[in-house]
Design a protein around this ligand. Sequence first.
Ligand SMILES: Nc1ncnc2c1ncn2[C@@H]1O[C@H](COP(=O)(O)OP(=O)(O)OP(=O)(O)O)[C@@H](O)[C@H]1O
Length: 257
Amino acid sequence: MEFLDLRILDIVDIVLIAALLYYLYKLVKGTVAVNIFIGIVIIYFVWKLTQLLRMEMLSNVLGEFIGVGMFALIVVFQQEIRKFLLMIGSTNFARRRRFLQTLKLIKDDLETPNDVEAIVRACENMGKTNTGALIVIQKSTSLDFVKNSGDAMKVQVNQPIIESIFYKNSILHDGAIIIEDNYITATRVVLPVSNDRTIPLRFGLRHRAAVGITEKTDAVALVVSEETGQISYLKDGEFVMFDGKEDLIQKLKADLV
Ligand SMILES: Nc1ncnc2c1ncn2[C@@H]1O[C@H](COP(=O)(O)OP(=O)(O)OP(=O)(O)O)[C@@H](O)[C@H]1O
């Protein structure tokens, strides 16, 4: 049967399409782009239906629309396409780097493990004084596309530095900080805010920004609430539950490997 005549390349084809759809979903999840995307899919199916039913005029009009639509798409999704390419490029680069590291082709010390204890201790202290904080820890996806909105710096992670950045009277306290390979590489960063309507209303923009960046990239985020002093840990756009400081440290370490 021709239908069951599946080649290895067909399987690779399906896996690649699945990966592509996954990246697209991750990119548009919770944004208005999702509605535009659904609109396009609907128009495409109506066009196919009109072709099938031989409704010449409507099918021609929709066909023309779809033809020009490709250019319109590039304009409408300009931001998303940029992020998409960045996401694919940086993820592959990081994977390649890890692959080379396992083969010992490049030095192991390129990536310094993040000082998770210092970060969590800083969050704990900031929580006690109700100091709001937003910390994003980069993994394999590059965060360059958000870093540009803040101020670049390169300081090795340590507890007092983090606390002094978020200290209420500090000029750097607004926005998020980015941590890469145990270095704080940007402060006052503005993150994309998630539009996810399932986030409880008690969480404001700081938490929504943490959800936003973790749903669009594989970074993880820590938020200290200014109102309650509570620490939240976010991964893949979701709040991760933890039982005390030690549990948070263990979870972070496991997620940052
Ligand atoms: N998109 C964003 N990117 C980075 N930081 C942000 C963003 N939006 C808000 N913030 C930071 O969060 C701060 C407080 O915002 P908001 O009070 O709405 O947050 P919240 O989630 O209610 O937090 P809290 O519980 O601490 O009040 C802002 O002053 C700013 O420093």
